[in-house]
Design a protein around this ligand. Sequence first.
Ligand code: SF4
Ligand code: SF4
Length: 449
Amino acid sequence: MRSTKDYRIDPLSCAYCAKCHSVCPTYEATGNEGFAARGKILLASAMRGDFSSLPPSLFGDPRDNGAVDWRDSRELNEFLNFCLRCYRCLEVCPSMIATVPIFEAMRFEVARKHPPPWYMRWLMRSVLAERGNTRLLAEMGAFPFSLLPWAAKRVRINDRLRSALAKRSRDHPISTLGARSPTLFLGKTEFPLPASALARGRAYDYIRNHQNVAQPERGTIGYFLDCLTDIHFPSAFAGTVRLLNSLGFRVDVEFKSPCCGASALNTGDEQAFEKMARSYAKTFADAPYSRVLFTNPTCYKTVKERYSEILADKELARLPEPVLDVELYNELPAPPIHPAWTDLSIAWHNPCTLGYALGDKTTAISVLQKWGLRMHEFPDVEGCCGYGGMFYLRYPEFAAEQSARKLKAWQDAGIDLALTCSAGCIGHINATAIREKIPIPIIHWGELG
Ligand code: SF4
Ligand code: SF4
């Protein structure tokens, strides 16, 4: 796997322009350079022993740091953890320093010396790397709340959305809006609850037995069912399959796929990442389709860009080409969308991986306009909702502030419903909507199918 040695990390190549400061939400909140990209890049140099290049402003006199092993530094861990991986620094850096990938390599280097705690290793290697175990744990987690439904809070539905749902519900019995994102709050921390096994079973049944493919057929496409969508939003993947069926695709869903490995990159568990990548390769090798659809840009980016660090060229050649839903929908005509959706004022939340890491801020909105929806644009609240993988669990208050800004802007503009293409953002934004009592739910755009 790549390490910090594989990146160009030269403190002298940093232009000291502070552009990464001006866009960084965590620097804005703390005023501490260690949380901005430049600070972490300088720390990466420190980890490699390039102390002579470090400016005194960050660590005091560099000569005092000569004996410090930065992998032991609690402060460094805090700098790495309190990062949303929002990729804004990557986008603005004129020196083209590979900021977020370097932070991931730093995590791996820290973890080689200080492995993650046993429960995180177990979660990554034995639960998220095996979809059957992920489902089992989710079902055990959901069970107590099926007995105590009042313990979970649910996002409110505004009147216009309620009336749109009433028009649509006969045709679409499965909907995230029906369950309204049940969320448990323990103090300031939110825990979006898994969907019931019954709801997930209905979605699987639809996919296995009821695909009704429109003519002319465009052939079969694979579908990577990401773990968050599988566990929390079965109506999103059933909706995506309906949408693809209406566009002429038969959809082949691989129900046994593991987590793509983004969770392991985020927590610094190199062994888990390798296990997940190899398991993906085994699952999808020689699949009977040439393209596999991703409905989460983080999973797409992980598979497309990072698997070459683990898999040999001949293993990669046996895999179908990853395609992101945004790019697929952009190249196709509009599917038939239920007219109830067109009555609503709709906002789009562009996930950071899509907007800043993959550099696509506009395609999704233009696709939704092509589908006949009334879209509103909000450049002033573009960017991170505060989810950031594990970030929202580690820093719940800060994460909630980010999404509350968005929700309030949507509320002021009279938005009825928000759409996105990232299951993680959905759970977090809906939790904030519940906390702030703002009746604007967010769902995956696949549910329009
Ligand atoms: S990824 Fe986002 S939060 Fe992290 S350093 Fe870059 S701008 Fe700041
Ligand atoms: S944006 Fe890039 S070049 Fe400018 S200070 Fe940050 S790391 Fe250095």
